[in-house]
Design a protein around this ligand. Structure first.
Ligand code: GH3
Ligand code: MG
Ligand code: MG
Length: 436
């Protein structure tokens, strides 16, 4: 279906010229005044509006303003026809939401080609969920960027000072950053370096806009991690293309990150309880063990086995057994600190590492764990089910290897089981303490 273009121009001749050039490909909504335009816009949503600087009854910019303040019309790209190209006029045009301006004398085949390409590009681009930050000390340039990206529904925030952008980055990470090269205080290169140093912002694409064609500067920009540059002055089309490319590469990167994260989680955690699996726990054990040795700190190791777990499975079923395992995992997690490591060693056997722990500290932890497990209940088939566990704990000494530590804790666990279960034996050097 043909797309609609609104042409608002008081001159019959100009309208005729534009209609002539455009009507083959587009449905033309042709009006001469502000009021006519409003009537037409109430009925039809155009894909583009070409508005003359002066209209029959009002200024063309009033129509631009009307459109950018209207929720339905605010994303319609507007091109203003103006014979005046001074800075003040340009600023006024961009301030009212237009993406471009063209002098009457330039309305020719070349302009139509530009419109065709722009319309095609706009219909191809689907980046409406993208977010962007733009920084430039020129308000004019910022308005231009904002207006262009709004036509493809990019959620854009603009800053006229790099510091303001850096402040905003503390609370929000955009998909793309667009920055000017030359600004006071922090220029585009410094800003790029800053972003690349920050872990969270490392992969946010940066497009630097510059009027410098100096190959040295462009090289420096790329070396410091800018993803692309755009030479000023540039067309809306160029910005849309560069932005889309940057946004797509960011999305690919994000997807890759998500995949990596879920692969890491799969490789390191036990699916039932969400605790670390044996392999990852052992890696952490090696790391914490070496660390404890190096800084001469105590490292507590705990091994825990649910008592009579087979009976729970046999009496209430495997699903109930699984629920007990999950409840116990939650209980352990809530008893321990973020810096402690909790893992499922296999079956109904769990392990914990408590770095930098004193003798009293370790005794207190196992006491807390025993009590907390005694108080943990699950409800299964309307029945309240409680359980207990036996524990072996060791305060690691530098004389032992990891294997020896595990073996020693396992022996203590065995002792706890054979002394009646629901208790713990803790070993410090040559002293063994029973907790129940
Ligand atoms: P003890 O008090 O001496 O530790 O006896 P227990 O019954 O707890 O220990 P035992 O080693 O005899 O039995 C452990 C059971 O745990 C056997 C096994 O089927 C069950 N088990 C292992 N993994 C899972 C699991 O993921 N889910 C469930 N529901 N049961 C499991
Ligand atoms: Mg058991
Ligand atoms: Mg067991």
């Amino acid at each position: 279906m043909k797309k609609y273009i609104l042409i608002a121009d008081p001159s019959k001749l100009s309208r005729f010229l534009l209609e002539n050039l455009l009507s083959e490909k587009y449905n033309i909504l042709s009006v001469s005044s502000f009021s006519e335009a409003i009537d037409v816009l109430k009925e039809t949503l155009p894909s583009l509006a070409i508005i003359s600087y002066e209209l029959k009854d009002r200024q063309g910019l009033e129509l631009c303003r009307y459109m950018s303040n209207d929720d339905k019309l605010k994303n319609v790209p507007v091109i203003v026809i103006s014979s005046n190209e001074d800075e003040k006029t340009r600023l006024a045009i961009y301030a009212e939401g237009a993406i471009d301006y063209v002098p009457k004398s330039k309305i020719n085949d070349e302009f139509i080609k530009y419109i065709d390409e722009l319309m095609e590009l706009l219909s191809m681009i689907d980046i409406s969920s993208a977010t962007a930050f733009a920084v430039d000390d020129s308000i004019l340039q910022l308005k231009f960027i904002e207006n262009v990206l709004k036509t493809v529904r990019v959620n854009i925030e603009t800053f006229d000072k790099p510091h303001a952008l850096i402040e905003a980055l503390k609370t929000k990470i955009p998909d793309v950053v667009i920055s000017d090269l030359y600004m006071d205080d922090i220029d585009g290169i410094k800003l790029t370096k800053f972003l690349r140093k920050n872990k969270d912002l490392k992969h946010v694409p940066i497009i630097i806009q510059t009027s410098s064609r100096d190959a040295g500067i462009l090289r420096t920009l790329m070396i410091h991690g800018a993803n692309d540059y755009i030479l000023k002055p540039y067309s809306p089309e160029e910005l849309l293309l560069k932005f889309t490319t940057a946004y797509k590469s960011k999305k690919l990167y994000d997807e890759l990150e998500d995949i990596n994260r879920s692969l890491f989680a799969k490789a390191t955690t036990d699916p039932l309880t969400g605790l670390y699996n044996r392999r990852f726990f052992m890696e952490q054990f090696t790391f914490l063990y070496l660390n404890a040795k190096r800084y001469n700190q105590e490292l507590g190791f705990i091994i825990l086995d649910i008592d009579n777990f087979k009976k729970i499975n046999d009496t209430y079923g495997h699903t109930c057994g699984d629920e007990v395992l999950v409840a116990l995992s939650k209980c352990l997690k809530s008893m321990l600190r973020e810096s402690d490591i909790v893992g499922r060693f296999g079956g109904e056997e769990f392990v914990c590492l408590i770095p930098n722990v004193t003798k009293n500290g370790l005794l207190m932890v196992v006491k807390k764990i025993l009590n907390s497990i005694r108080n943990t209940k699950i409800i299964f088939d309307d029945k309240v089910i409680g359980f207990t566990a036996s524990i072996g704990a060791v305060s690691c000494t530098e004389m032992q290897s990891i294997d020896e530590i595990i073996k020693e804790a396992d022996n203590l666990l065995y002792d706890a089981k054979s002394s009646g279960k629901d208790r713990c034996f803790v070993k410090f050097e040559s002293e063994i303490i029973e907790i129940n």
